[in-house]
Design a protein around this ligand. Sequence first.
Ligand SMILES: *Cc1c(COP(=O)(O)O)cnc(C)c1O
Length: 370
Amino acid sequence: MSRVYNFSAGPSCLPESVLQEAAAEMLDYKGSGQSVMEMSHRSKNYEPIIQDAEARIRKLMNIPENYAVLFLQGGASTQFAMIPMNLKKLGKAAYIDTGIWSDKAIKEAKKYLTVDVVATSKDKGYSYIPEVQKIEGDYDYGYICLNNTIVGTKWANLPEMGKRSDGTDIPLVADASSCILSEPVDITKFGVFFAGAQKNLAPAGVTVVIIRKDLITEFPDPLTPTMLDYKTHADSDSMYNTPPCYTIYIMGKVLAWIEANGGAEGMLKRNKEKADLFYNYLDKSDFYRSPVAKDSRSLMNIPFVTQETDPDKVTALNKKFVAEAAAAGLVNLAGHRLVGGMRASIYNAMSLDGVKALIAFMDKFAAENK
Ligand SMILES: *Cc1c(COP(=O)(O)O)cnc(C)c1O
């Protein structure tokens, strides 16, 4: 069996050593005679697994005691509703529109409160991160998507958060689904920092929500479903109901792999090396190019297009690229269906060798299709 290089935007490749460990433990986890899939979540076998995952994420991200770490279900998309439901007090929030994921969050938030879109990069197809004036006013929170998976942009500098008219700080909420633990972050800059785990941390099924404890309110709207109330999960250490046990177990192993590879700093070094190599290649190429502004480029998701401009030829060429790449063991390189072109997602688990193999293929394809 040979494994492919998988450039999927998510679910995405996992470190091979993690898969091997999980395979070795599949039928009998540490002498328990059971698979982790089969265990009660309230058993003495399982409890250390979830506790260990939380401890590791706290250590790797330097999360202080005044933040809760929650393991929830419903994907990052459920957070689009949970955030306004739980944080609404004044009834207004500031959102920055940097693409499809922030747009979805905006649409959902509008069901619960007034949304001010204080900046957008829609004018140029979301190919850059917009300039933002200091966010000030009577907002319950400000909201950004930290890394824009589909268009390949990321926030290099966070927007400046100002105060409300009563002098209190406006918390910043960030969707970090496609960049969590890809580089160090100062978590104290955020009120809520959340991520669907299936890009950088685990298989699909768990969403990590890191939330400042003072934002977990006693009584959101009384009609808020119990499962959508942060307090429910914070009060029960993410064990109010059955958590996604196996996904959390794999996440613990991925976190251990990150730790063994230098933690968040180590990931940044690894990711920068891969991304620099790839962007340099695109910028020098007379066949391919990056559609993203240089100061806004993601380390994780790299869309690219050919320099062909005839629309009919572009479609055929992209199709040929994706098919031939797959045949060469480089899979999932089609761009998002809404933006077209190609996209290489090079999350933490993607190796430098994978990026080098992609570049070698691209060189050959360019020579054959000039
Ligand atoms: C993938 C992704 C989502 C959606 O995650 P689900 O877990 O599928 O709901 C949201 N935001 C960003 C930035 C993503 O990359």
